[in-house]
Design a protein around this ligand. Sequence first.
Ligand code: NCD
Length: 322
Amino acid sequence: MRRRKEPLGAELVSRDAWKGRDVISILDFSRPELESLFAAANEFVGPPRPRKDLADYIVATAFFEPSTRTRLSFTTAALRLGAKVIDLSPDVSSILKGESLHDTTMMLEGYSDLIVMRHPSEGAALLAAELSSVPVVNGGDGSQHHPTQAMLDLFTVKRLKGRIDGLTYTVLGDNRYARSATSFLYGLTKFRPKMVYVVSPETLRPRDEVIKQLKGLGLRFEQRSDLEQVIGNTDVLYLTRIQKERFPDPNEYEKVKGSYKLTKDVLARGKSGMIVLHPLPRSTELPYDVDSAKSAAYMTQAHLGVPLRMALLLKIMGGGRA
Ligand code: NCD
């Protein structure tokens, strides 16, 4: 798929607004676009049927940070659609010789038809997208954007609760550095939640610019410090681990580590029908004995990453019915 990306304006008015598009932030997508993605993803849930829609295409994964779910579910999604996948492994590539993000991107655009990139620096995916003539999908950059995770999280809510609107959400954990939490909050601005509680220890509250943006986008939310105050009203509890690796000062991490935990006792006070989501990996905030609770939905959530990313690849790269 060697064509220049269309200017954004042209894409928005065209019949299929997804084709050839970069995925940098969930804020760039409209509610109807997200809904059409979820409808397409629904078709891929269940026993896999091999497809050849993307048989002529090559997807490149370039992960400059560790990943299990995002990288492997994109790989599985591409393979299930018949595409081939090449993987840039930063620890055995010329990155070790000091090759720049610029040059690496220029190579990947020559070798593939779509690039999925994860990078520790905010703005890396946007930079790559500006350089590349093939679409770039942000697999997480820094602590703000992880758009496909947010799409997957909203898709999981839609499947398990039947709707996204009208529910009460509690986003608990590292709301300062966890890009999955920030992106989930950004995603909720596209819908009409009844209420969103943002629960975090004092030092892990969302950054001012995120708060400002959420307010500007009209999200109805309140900041709290105690889960117990809100769990009885919560329909969707979204939990994240403390992002140890993103703390500028290790002493700050030491002060806050272990400061929240979802125990079975706390869970027992939850609203009936509540679901617990977590982007994983987990640390001490989510003990293994919670896995057997009826509300534990995070394994389902992780598995839904494949159908959601199949729909996404198909919409961006074309072919098939999506
Ligand atoms: C998250 C990430 O990398 O942002 N993982 C994921 O993609 N599922 C969450 C995390 O690392 O805590």
